[in-house]
Design a protein around this ligand. Structure first.
Ligand SMILES: C[S@@+](CC[C@H](N)C(=O)[O-])C[C@H]1O[C@@H](n2cnc3c(N)ncnc32)[C@H](O)[C@@H]1O
Length: 215
């Protein structure tokens, strides 16, 4: 399956790291909840790495879900759900070992992000883990030139750019309803409130893979 977001320069490596973590940790039969699954690319990678695990994708887009469901038969489940209306989402497994989300959290308000994290935590087995893969919010105008240098390097090496801006003012002006990544300190605070420890597992530019587990 071709990556539907193939233009993103650091995504292939970071998704591979996410999948590697799950593939190494998973027990046979473990369920992996993927919020904002789109057309099922992560499910494709997960099942290629381990054919004895059970991905469950959730998305609000019916066309994407239909594309995803058509590929995997009974090896995965896809559920319609809006992450701003969590009570209505009914995953087919009561508990999951992993709850992940890839490049979706920036679509949610901070209030909704926090609610989704609490909901993810409630879906987890006792030793379950949360993995968030998304951009982090930049907050420091005085550090922006350094971030720009890193973006420029990523573009030079990969031949394509991630979402960037020429100035901090332009970066802030680009924030919107569908582009509002959270700050790293917010994630730490939100996880702390849930009794979860969290840390960055991998960072490329301002795109982070964050892991969290109960203390
Ligand atoms: C950029 S795509 C990422 C898709 C997939 N995770 C991947 O990495 O290939 C973001 C996905 O999040 C979904 N999404 C955004 N907001 C959502 C919400 N409130 N509830 C459910 N899905 C949402 C979109 O429909 C879209 O499929």
């Amino acid at each position: 399956m071709k990556d539907p977001i193939g233009s993103h320069p650091t995504r292939a490596e970071q998704l591979d790291i996410l999948v590697t973590i799950i593939a190494e940790m998973a027990r046979p039969g473990d369920a992996i909840l993927d919020l904002g699954c789109g057309t099922g690319y992560l499910e494709h990678l997960l099942l290629a790495a381990r054919n004895d695990i059970f991905p469950i994708g959730v998305d609000r887009n019916l066309d994407s879900l239909a594309t995803a469901a058509a590929q995997f038969g009974t090896r995965a489940a896809f559920v319609r759900g809006d992450l701003t209306a969590l009570d209505a989402i009914k995953p087919p497994r009561e508990r999951c070992r992993f709850a992940v989300t890839a490049l979706t959290f920036h679509d949610l308000s901070d209030v909704d992000k926090q609610a989704v994290l609490a909901w993810m935590a409630a879906q987890l087995e006792e030793d379950g883990v949360i993995l968030i893969y998304d951009r982090l919010r930049l907050t420091e105008p005085s550090l922006f030139a350094m971030q720009r240098a890193i973006w420029n390097r990523i573009e030079r090496i990969n031949g394509r750019a991630m979402r960037t801006a020429a100035t901090f003012a332009a970066y802030e002006a680009d924030l919107s309803e569908t582009n509002r990544p959270a700050r790293l300190c917010d994630y730490e605070t939100w996880f702390e409130a849930l009794g979860f420890g969290s840390q960055i597992l991998h960072l490329h530019g301002n795109v982070a893979l964050i892991g969290a587990a109960r203390r």
